[in-house]
Design a protein around this ligand. Structure first.
Ligand SMILES: [Zn+2]
Length: 65
């Protein structure tokens, strides 16, 4: 595997990183409850996906019960 011959300058590193940008999350409307949801993911508010309901989708491990 090719390895860089020299350490990249701090200036070059920072110039490259200055081009990093964030993009807004794509949202769609849930057909069941009309809430905003991400595509290809079960709806976080009602748990619906592909005309089925996944109750587990609403509860995740980091949410205390
Ligand atoms: Zn929903």
């Amino acid at each position: 595997m090719a390895v860089p011959k020299r350490k990249m300058s701090r200036s070059n590193t920072r110039a490259r990183r200055s081009q990093w940008k964030t993009t807004a999350t794509t949202l769609m409307t849930c057909p069941q409850c009309k809430a905003d949801k991400q595509p290809h993911i079960a709806c976080p508010s009602c748990g619906a996906y592909n005309n089925r309901r996944y109750a587990e989708a609403v509860r995740t491990e980091h949410e205390a019960r």
